[in-house]
Design a binder for this molecule. Structure first.
Ligand code: ATR
Length: 290
């Protein structure tokens, strides 16, 4: 990784709160070094109340751009100059490019979700899917599913039902998709919803290192053989949610591919260069808590 920097070193960063266990700095700093690009990527835990000032600070200090993570992906849109068409439909941003003092918001999570689920298109099309969570990551998942995978119905399961309801209404208005139903996060009540879903996605942070005993769904016999279960948590790669799904015969997909794909697209937006994805993927394996 980079061990020196100069006047011309371009700065990148990550804002979120709390920033628990991110591998983004490692990914971007290793990529810059492999590509011989003079960039440095730093993590900044930024509380909600400091979001506006923090973003202004990054702009004032001449940052080239930054990633945005939990819980700011939706709120950050208020402080940006413009949004890409995709970020604007999704209503959430996880990557910002700073160009001539303008802050331009992108959503590269959507590409990561698309690349992860693309091999399972036939299984998803025309079938019901279930999503845990109703934050920024969930927005990107709903958008990608409606746009590319055409499920017959989306079940949205969230701790705060009001938030899920407003997301449901958002996609009726913005994508004319009327087939979202909202459910409370009450096991075992949600077991019947999971049972009829061809695809189940966790977009919450539940299960992320170090709270590895957490899971959005715990119900013996809750998963089905052949069902596709995707966890956006990438560290650990084998979350409790995924190991339960696997034990019951489901096809378990971890969050690493999405993590690398969203990072790779962000890197390209900032530097104009493609990230060496396979090398990064291999390097990541050494740092992950399996
Ligand atoms: P992101 O933008 O990355 O999706 P977010 O907007 O903070 O992050 O959303 C996090 C999601 O995880 C939300 O759906 C949140 O549920 P609430 O809407 O009820 O807050 C969910 N989540 C986070 N921690 C949770 C927990 N301990 N139990 C249940 N759900 C949780």
């Amino acid at each position: 990784m980079k061990n020196s920097f100069h006047l011309n070193t371009r700065l990148l960063g990550l804002i979120g709160y709390p920033i628990k266990q991110t591998l983004s700095p490692m990914m971007h700093n290793v990529a810059a070094q492999l590509m011989n690009l003079d960039y440095m990527y730093l993590p900044f835990p930024l509380h909600h109340s400091d979001l506006k000032d923090g973003i202004l600070g990054l702009k004032t200090l001449g940052f080239r751009g930054f990633n945005v993570t939990i819980p700011h992906k939706e709120t950050v849109t208020k402080y940006l100059t413009s949004l890409s068409e995709e970020a604007s439909i999704i209503g959430a941003v996880n990557c910002v490019v700073i160009e001539d003092g303008n802050l331009i918001g992108y959503n590269t999570d959507a590409l990561g979700i698309y690349e992860t689920l693309q091999p399972f298109t036939a299984e998803i099309q025309g079938n019901e899917v279930a999503i845990f969570g109703a934050g920024g990551a969930s927005r990107a998942a709903i958008y990608t599913l409606i746009r590319h995978f055409k499920p017959s119905k989306i079940h949205l399961i969230n701790r705060t039902s009001q938030r899920a309801e407003s997301l449901m209404n958002y996609f009726v208005t913005n994508m004319r998709f009327n087939d979202i139903t909202v459910h409370d996060l009450f096991p075992p009540d949600i077991a019947s919803v999971i049972a009829k879903s061809a695809l189940v996605i966790n977009t919450t942070s539940l299960g992320m290192h170090p709270e590895t005993e957490d899971t959005p769904f715990e119900h013996t016999g809750g998963f089905k053989k052949g069902q596709i279960v995707f966890d956006m948590v990438y560290n650990p790669s084998n979350t409790k949610f995924l190991s339960m799904a696997k034990a019951e015969g489901a096809v378990a997909i971890d969050g690493i591919k999405m993590f690398v794909a969203q990072g790779s697209r962000s890197f390209e937006l900032w530097t104009g260069q493609k990230m060496p994805e396979q090398e990064i993927y291999d390097t990541l394996q050494k740092y992950l808590n399996t």
